[in-house]
Design a protein around this ligand. Structure first.
Ligand SMILES: [Zn+2]
Length: 233
């Protein structure tokens, strides 16, 4: 490995790093590049990596949050508000327990939003052209995966509409994968800078922390004054 080239790529001063640190930096940079490839491209060489992080994220969520089934939501009245406002995850596993579909959404009334999702999650009654529903149709057709096994979970409690859009984008970047994730957009175009600079843009990038390369999602306002970074999985 050419460490000098790596240092130049990362714009770091080689003299601040000993050999062990350079090695650690190289490993974390390699992991970042694999993760970036898995999140942004459908590549047979990195798709197993995407499968692994989707499974681990969902396992983590299942250990910490209450998961609702299709049936539970179906059997409640349309007007019920059981969860309030926030960010949610919809997911489906295949017969061997691998996560084959994820979708992140936000709403001021999650339960009511889930009720409206139900009709379109059913491939027989679905009318909307949305990636989530077409992916479900495909999984139903090709793998005989029942849409009634789709799971719903609220992952963030947030009443502020603008903050919800950033939380939603943060989770979209965590779950990002052209193979498994069904979100079309990253950051909603309504998301505004809290210092009043107007709209925000987002991207997947990295930062150096304690001599390691850490993958992050970066939110930046259009005049580039504000930049916020959050570590992602
Ligand atoms: Zn700003």
């Amino acid at each position: 490995m050419n460490y000098d080239k790596l240092m130049a790529t990362l714009k770091l001063d080689s003299s601040n790093f000993n050999d062990d640190e350079k090695h650690l930096l190289y490993n974390s940079y390699t992991r970042y590049r694999l993760l970036r490839q898995a999140k942004l491209h459908n590549n047979p060489k990195t798709n197993h990596f995407a499968q692994d992080f989707q499974n681990r994220l969902v396992t983590n969520i299942e250990a910490n949050f209450r998961v609702f089934s299709y049936k539970e939501i179906f059997e409640t009245k349309k007007t019920e508000d059981l969860l309030g406002a926030g960010v949610y995850l919809i997911y489906l596993k295949d017969k061997s327990g691998n996560v084959v579909l994820t979708y992140v959404g936000e709403s001021k009334n999650i339960w009511v939003r889930w009720k409206t999702h139900l009709k379109d999650i059913n491939p027989k009654t679905s009318t909307k052209r949305k990636r989530l529903y077409s992916k479900l149709k495909k999984l139903f057709r090709e793998q005989k995966l029942n849409y009634e096994n789709v799971q719903f979970v609220k992952i963030v409690d947030q009443s502020d509409a603008n903050q919800r859009l950033f939380s939603e984008a943060y989770f979209i970047y965590n779950f990002k994968s052209p193979v498994i994730n069904a979100n079309n957009k990253n950051l909603n175009s309504r998301a505004a800078c809290t210092s009043g600079h107007g709209r925000m843009a987002s991207c997947l990038t990295y930062q150096i922390r304690e001599k390691e390369v850490i993958p992050v999602v970066q939110f930046r306002c259009r005049n580039q004054e504000c930049r916020i970074k959050f570590e992602i999985f």
